[in-house]
Ligand binder design. Structure first.
Ligand code: G6D
Length: 349
């Protein structure tokens, strides 16, 4: 395996570092310390032809101008929090309201817009990029000073292991994820309507009109939210189910996972033969099918637009602070928050 690095600019007095990791079978992963952003993942199709399977840009300027979180780490809290209102130990905190009066994805200057410190660790069969950042008390309104690390480990088995960790000096909330948009066709050859998802989840969370969980978990049985035996994304795009219509003709929903790593998530693209298998220690995964992707910019030459990529954001449950029936996203002083997710790229059997 080999890793190379280059400085591609400067932001707020810090160097923007690009790292490119190539494993022994030719898989190539490129990342920036701007938002711990994964900008490109090159893996082969069934004919051995390599192609990029994620949405991303080549310049930081494009990320700043156009990116709806392409490939970036999200925090302190992924998803929405109603009206940005956070009550902890009887004290109310007002988080940045950056989405129709609600808080979304860590606020105006969330972790996706931070220039992180970065170091490299090389192992026999893996190379890791270790990003670190200290988020100050009351940044974006969140209580607590939090020391954060994000580690991306690329292995010779065509895996990327994402380890998102944090520790706070007082009780706060932490719920991080990576917001990569996958498109397994390779180099955006087609959009993701015919991608097939298999997800062993019995329930999804109903959303209200501002896309915040109502607190109601809904059985997937008999609906286009039932991915237990595999289903193409197009079913939710063409569906008249009120929740698909509400999301802008598609999915934007948290699905509850069984809490065990056995709840593997499998994404297939029949055309190219590429397969992505995701395992996680998180209680939920948000499936977002790119319903709201704008079409006023280009992505490496290809016009952007709805359904050009889909996200599988493994995480805690959005707005859980306002729904005590959900697993909590609160962390105590000195408690180690740790989210571990593994992406494994291969071919459909
Ligand atoms: C929209 O509702 C969706 C979010 O789920 C997504 O993360 C964002 O676009 C990029 O706000």
């Amino acid at each position: 395996m080999k890793v190379s690095q280059a400085c591609i600019g400067e932001l707020a007095g810090k160097r923007i570092m690009e790292h490119k990791i190539v494993n022994d079978s030719g898989m190539e992963v490129t990342c920036l310390n701007y938002g711990c952003t994964i900008t490109s993942i090159l893996v082969p199709d069934r004919h051995g032809k390599s192609g990029n399977v994620v949405l991303g840009f080549d310049t930081v300027d494009e990320y700043q101008k156009h990116s709806p979180y392409f490939g970036s780490v999200i925090g302190r809290h992924a998803g929405r929090i109603k009206q940005g209102m956070l009550m902890i130990e009887g004290k109310t905190y007002r988080l940045a309201q950056n989405d129709l009066g609600n808080h979304l994805h860590g606020g105006i200057n969330g972790f996706d817009k931070v220039v992180w410190d970065v170091s490299i660790t090389e192992g026999d069969d893996s190379i890791s990029l270790r990003y670190s950042h200290s988020s100050g008390h009351l940044e974006e309104g969140y209580p607590g000073r939090v020391e954060l690390t994000v580690v991306y480990t690329v292995t010779n088995d065509n895996e990327i292991i994402l380890t998102l960790e944090g520790e706070s000096d007082r009780r706060t909330i932490l719920n991080m994820t990576n917001h990569t948009y996958f498109n397994l066709s390779g180099d955006l050859k087609s959009s993701i309507e015919l991608h097939r998802l298999t997800l062993k989840s019995d329930q999804f969370l109903e959303l209200d009109e501002s896309l915040i969980p109502t607190g109601q978990a809904v059985e997937v049985e008999g609906t286009v939210f039932d991915f237990r035996k595999g289903r193409v994304i197009e079913d939710g795009i063409t569906s008249q189910h009120p929740q698909n219509l509400l999301a802008g003709n598609g999915y934007d929903h948290p699905f509850l996972l069984g809490g065990s790593d056995a709840a593997a998530i499998v994404l297939d693209d029949e055309e190219s033969g590429r397969r992505l298998i995701i395992e996680t220690n998180q209680p939920a995964v948000v499936l977002y099918s790119g319903n709201l992707l704008e079409d006023d910019f280009r992505i490496r030459g290809r016009q952007s637009g709805k359904y050009l990529g889909l996200c599988l954001e493994t995480q805690g449950i959005p707005d859980a602070v306002n729904h005590p029936q959900f697993p909590t996203t609160l962390v105590d002083k000195g408690e180690r928050y740790s989210s571990v997710t593994k992406w494994r790229f291969g071919l459909i059997d």
